[in-house]
Design a binder for this molecule. Structure first.
Ligand code: ASP
Length: 583
């Protein structure tokens, strides 16, 4: 017995007259009072089966009991469809199979949702993921993901990168998230951390002389889950020895373009634009701006320096967006709420109406010259202001800009806007911890000439870090690294780390830096984000086979779950609260 001679989606007019065995799922079953039509589906597509009780009475009996998603095996003859029954939208639409034998290989209980049903609750989809993954959307997304990963591997291989595996069970790696800890039975009281990234391992590969390393690696970060974040996710992780920044960027551009081409899509134009962090923060208020629309932030700090309006006159930065519409009071109130969520005290505005008149509670505080200086080129516009420290103004206007881009339909959906953000600051001040902290990670190199500022003016030090951004999503980060031990120690010190702490956490790495460390640099590209955008999905859960929900659980397996007492004892773990009594 054979299960199948061809796959369902492969049957063509050239097979007419052949007797075939097919196997697959019953996608639909239509009983036409005698004739039963079944669309048999497998990974390649659908083929229509026709069961005629006159031709095959036994098969007709079986067909009568078939329900959606039963697994069937059918033997029959390929025949042409009657001209009026031809379906030009289906690759198998010119033929059908007249069934002689039909077998239910595996039945299905009534389904919790129909495969073609729209709007099924996500927790149900994840709970019955095996059914959800049968759906066309998920089949398409996971196959697309596989195509992209294969294209990236091929490209990396062609560029001479060596694929080397690194451990998941390791020591904490500082990537700005919490570690997942793993207790160790053989050493009760001790824990591994799951790797947030292979950062130090890949730097050690450079010291070990591998020259070009890559890996498609799973990383683990304990942080709040969002549309573009999961506890575990995949990265294209890579590192090069003796690179200029441009060498690294070119490798990533090649990997991105190879992915587009593997999907039969036109690759974005290379090189991608490179904009400094300072510039994107000033113009777009974000370090991952969506460049598919304009709505750039403009500066009015100088123009309002001597203003009668104290809020403007006294603010370190006065900047604004020019919205090409007269916004209503209701719209302005909603935008003010949004601005407040992002840390603004309010959202001053000036509406220049179609007749050129200015409407605004603050207009009376501004001089005629100021109102003229601010007058937009097009009447019927609204100016939205941020007046505060530059960081707050950027954050607020950046959020308002992103919101308006979507809400006003300004985004050019035909465009693919890639860009590199370069020249990030090395440190940022942490109000919570009252100390300098790193912007990327503590192994990021310093822009030559800025070394002396590390101690004297940490906030002014520029780093050799770069981010890749696509349509407003950060796809990944990288940098030219520190390769000298003395410099690495200076950066640790600037981060408030004592020598002892540095030795305890990174002693092995500091030691390696003393034994012939070449200049090196690299990058990590978030595969799931990249694939989600390629698939046109707004959430990475749609391209991950078994994701966690926003609350961090897996409805499919029920994980995470409590551990048996015996297992905890072996691990030397005593819970503060007995199981089942919550946190
Ligand atoms: N380790 C960094 C990350 O995971 C990437 C890098 O610097 O190469 O984001």
């Amino acid at each position: 017995m054979t299960w199948r001679d061809l796959r369902c989606g492969e049957v063509r007019p050239e097979h007419v007259g052949r007797r075939l065995t097919l196997a697959g799922w019953a996608a639909t079953r239509r009983d036409h009072g005698g004739l039963v039509f079944i669309d048999l589906r497998d990974a390649t597509g659908l083929c229509q089966l026709v069961v005629n009780p006159e031709r095959a009475p036994e098969a007709a009996k079986v067909a009568h009991d078939v329900r959606n998603e039963f697994v069937l095996r059918a033997v029959g003859e390929v025949v042409p469809r009657a001209p009026e029954a031809v379906n030009p939208n289906l690759p198998t639409g010119e033929i059908e199979v007249q069934v002689d034998e039909l077998e239910v290989v595996s039945a299905s209980t009534p389904l919790p949702f129909q495969l073609e049903e729209e709007g099924v609750d996500e927790s149900i989809r994840l709970r019955y993921r095996w059914l959800d993954l049968r759906r066309e959307r998920m089949q398409r997304n996971l196959r697309l993901s596989a195509t992209v990963v294969a294209a990236i591997r091929k490209q990396m291989d062609e560029l001479g990168f060596v694929d080397i595996w690194t451990p998941s069970l390791t020591k904490g790696t500082p990537e700005g998230a919490r570690d997942f800890l793993v207790p160790v039975r053989l050493q009760p009281g001790r824990f591994f951390a799951l790797a947030q990234s292979p950062q130090l391992f890949k730097q050690l590969f450079m010291i070990a002389g591998f020259d070009r390393y890559y890996q498609i690696v799973t990383c683990y970060r304990d942080e709040d889950l969002r549309a573009d974040r999961q506890f575990e996710f995949r990265q294209l992780d890579l590192e090069l020895s003796f690179p200029e920044r441009e060498d690294v960027l070119e490798v990533l551009e090649a990997a991105v373009c190879a992915s587009f081409e593997a999907l039969g899509r036109e690759a974005p134009a290379r090189p991608f634009p490179r904009l400094s962090w300072e510039e994107v923060m000033a113009r777009y208020g974000s370090d991952k701006p969506d460049l598919r629309f304009g709505l750039e932030i403009q500066d009015a700090t100088e123009a309002t320096r001597g203003s009668e309006f104290g809020v403007f006159a006294g603010a370190p930065a006065v900047r604004y967006l020019t919205v090409p519409q007269e916004l209503s009071r209701g719209e302005l109130a909603a935008l003010e709420e949004l601005a407040k969520e992002w840390g603004a005290k309010g959202l001053a505005y000036l509406v220049y109406d179609a007749a050129g008149e200015v409407r605004s509670p603050i207009a009376k505080f501004l001089s005629a010259e100021e109102l003229e200086a601010l007058r937009p080129a097009d009447p019927g516009s609204t100016l939205l202001f941020g007046a505060d420290g530059p960081a707050v103004v950027a954050r607020v206007l950046g959020a308002v800009r992103a919101h308006l881009g979507r809400a006003l339909g300004l985004i050019d959906r035909e465009r693919e806007a890639f860009l590199w953000v370069i020249d990030f600051p090395l440190f940022e001040w942490s109000e919570d911890e009252n100390r300098w902290t790193f912007v990327h990670h503590p192994f990021t190199g310093v822009v030559p000439g800025h070394e002396e500022l590390i101690e004297s003016d940490p906030g002014a030090v520029l780093s050799q870090a770069y981010d890749l951004v696509w349509n407003g999503w950060e796809l990944g980060s990288g940098s030219i690294r520190i390769h000298r031990q003395d410099m690495q120690q200076r950066v640790f010190r600037a981060l408030g780390m004592s020598e002892e702490e540095a030795r305890e956490k990174f002693g092995f790495f500091l030691e390696a830096l003393t034994m012939g460390a070449p200049p090196h640099g690299g990058f990590a590209l978030g595969i799931d984000r990249f694939v989600a955008l390629l698939a046109g999905e707004g959430n990475i859960r749609e391209v991950i086979a078994y994701p966690k929900t926003a609350s961090g659980s897996d409805p499919l397996t029920g994980a995470p779950s409590e551990a048996p007492e015996e297992q905890l004892r072996e691990l030397g773990i005593e819970l503060r609260r007995p199981p089942g009594q919550g946190s």
